[in-house]
Ligand binder design. Structure first.
Ligand code: NAD
Length: 321
């Protein structure tokens, strides 16, 4: 990172530009509106303004339950199909376009040329390196960060804030302060790497889950149950290290590592290295289709959001995040 005397400062954010209004952009837009901010959104796809307004309407009831900021309203959304115009008056930019380095780089060139130099350009990218994205920004690459949310960003608190090689400390501080101010739980990575942290952890789990299906060890539904009714329940309450620490009783983590560390690390040798072939992809999709055969998709999303909401309210009363 470069030194703190860069042009990016910490202006009060009143207006956020949402660039790309698909699944993640729409959820971010709803979240920022619920926090009383003005949102200006842009997306080149035909019909995207209508879709965005419909998505925000569908997210609004759960945001109302969580509590709206004073003055919060979906009417504070404006839309333009010109990305340069969208960011020209923005105090913070959250980009949510396609997960392709070439597309992001070209898009960031436009954002960099049009946004004020003190404005952070944050990408929601699930795994691209901010340095690669910032190569599209000849003017002010030091204000480019990854601000990676988890779906749906209007409910899940975590945002991974990732610096590139030339990102300034000021840009990182501004991004961290902004996400905190809108109720998120940002963590700051010390270095960039593909997939950041959360998605690398998920990738490790998915690699083994795909392998278990490939090896015919269990059905897709049973593997889902193994997480959602097993360790996943406690992972939502406490992180993996603290959970492991609690598994050690009075001896804590030190005891677990001594007692269970050697057998657990011995399993590493047996973990799979599956290839995501079309055949395996078909087996995974068929497994989920079977698991959800009697489930209404809209009900499933509503139930997920309701349980998440209850869980978030309960977690807000606990000591650890
Ligand atoms: N879906 C997830 O679970 C998830 C979670 C966290 C982060 N992300 C990241 O968020 C970003 C968006 O993902 P998504 O799932 O919302 O994708 P999506 O396909 O739902 O939305 C992408 C949107 O970008 C628009 N778009 C295409 N070209 C554009 C351009 N030049 N400028 C602006 N917009 C453009 C598309 O019209 C579309 O509306 C990606 O970088 C992805 O890695 C996704």
């Amino acid at each position: 990172m470069t030194s703190p005397d860069d042009p990016v400062t910490s202006p009060a954010v009143r207006r956020v530009a949402i660039v790309g209004t698909g699944v993640i952009g729409a959820s971010w837009a709803a979240h920022f509106l619920a926090h009383g901010l003005d949102v200006i959104a842009t997306d080149p796809a035909p019909g995207s303004e209508d879709r965005l307004r419909a998505d925000i309407r569908s997210h609004w009831p759960v945001l109302e339950q969580l509590g709206l900021a004073d003055g919060a309203s979906p009417d504070r959304l404006t839309f333009t199909d010109d990305p340069a115009a969208a960011v020209a008056d923005a105090d913070y930019v959250q980009e949510n376009g396609p997960e392709r380095e070439d597309v992001k780089r070209a898009l960031f060139a436009v954002l960099d040329a049009s946004a004020r130099p003190d404005v952070v350009l944050a990408s929601s990218s699930s795994g691209l390196l901010p340095s690669a994205i910032a190569r599209g920004c000849p003017e002010h690459p030091e204000r480019v960060v990854v601000g990676h949310p988890f779906n749906p960003p209007h409910l899940i608190p975590l945002v991974e804030v990732v610096p590139g090689e030339v990102t300034s400390e000021a840009a990182m501080d501004t991004a961290m302060a902004f996400y905190r101010a809108v109720g998120k739980r940002p963590i700051q990575l010390r270095q960039e790497l593909p997939g950041h942290i959360g998605n690398r952890l998920q990738a490790a789990l998915f690699r083994e889950a795909y392998s278990l299906v490939e090896r015919g060890v269990a059905s897709v539904a049973d593997i889902d149950t193994a997480i959602s009714c097993g360790p996943g329940l406690r992972w939502a309450v406490l992180g993996p290290f603290v959970n492991l620490h609690l598994s050690g009783g009075p001896g804590g983590l030190a005891h677990v590592l001594e007692h269970l560390g050697p057998p657990m690390t011995a399993w590493w040798a047996d973990l799979g290295h599956p290839e995501l072939t079309p055949e395996l992809a078909r087996a995974l999709v068929a497994g989920v289709d079977e698991e959800l055969a009697d489930v209404d998709p809209a009900d499933l999303v509503a139930q997920r959001d309701e349980v998440l909401n209850t869980l978030l309210a309960a977690k807000s009363r606990t000591t650890l995040p």
